[in-house]
Design a protein around this ligand. Structure first.
Ligand SMILES: [Zn+2]
Length: 163
């Protein structure tokens, strides 16, 4: 007797049921800075925590921020929900006119008409003050990419034009 041994392909692709909630879950993981899967099932690693070492050689106050404080900022940021994360960062980004160096060694603000706007990054130090840090440190603390800043700056500049 011949058995109709057509081995049914057991590895039928499993479809995630309730994809809606599945996606939502990943969205939350994403803004929490945790490991998540994209809809193409690509695994995105968790956001790295800020570096302990201050490796920049800038003239800002990066060194005055303790590692502990940086971790706090990182944690707070990823506990904030996604809609507020952008607002939070925007509030820490300051767009100002670049300070031009005069021959006599004094610094002066450029006229706004020839605005060579530069961007300053600040972070709260935990005792009510804002500390000026360089972009590198700013990106490092919040584990964000430069592109994200560019988008926020663009938005902020637009807002500034229309006030
Ligand atoms: Zn720095």
């Amino acid at each position: 007797m011949m058995s109709s041994g057509i081995s049914e392909n057991a590895s039928r692709k499993r479809r995630a049921s309730g994809t809606g909630s599945y996606r939502q879950e990943n969205k939350i993981l994403k803004w929490q800075g945790k490991q998540y899967r994209t809809f193409t099932n690509k695994l995105v690693p968790a956001k790295p925590q800020p570096e302990r070492k201050v490796s920049c050689k800038c003239s800002y106050k990066c060194r005055s921020l303790t590692y502990k404080r940086k971790l706090e900022l990182y944690k707070q940021f990823y506990e904030t929900d996604s809609a507020k994360q952008g607002t939070y960062l925007t509030g820490l980004i300051n767009i100002g006119n670049i300070k031009k160096r005069r021959r006599r060694g004094t610094y002066e603000l450029a006229e706004s008409s020839q605005c060579q706007c530069s961007i300053f990054y600040t972070v709260p130090d935990g005792s009510g003050n804002l500390v000026l840090v360089c972009k590198r440190t700013f990106l490092n603390i919040f584990a964000i990419i430069s592109k994200k800043i560019e988008i926020l700056v663009k938005k902020k500049k637009k807002m500034g034009e229309t006030y």
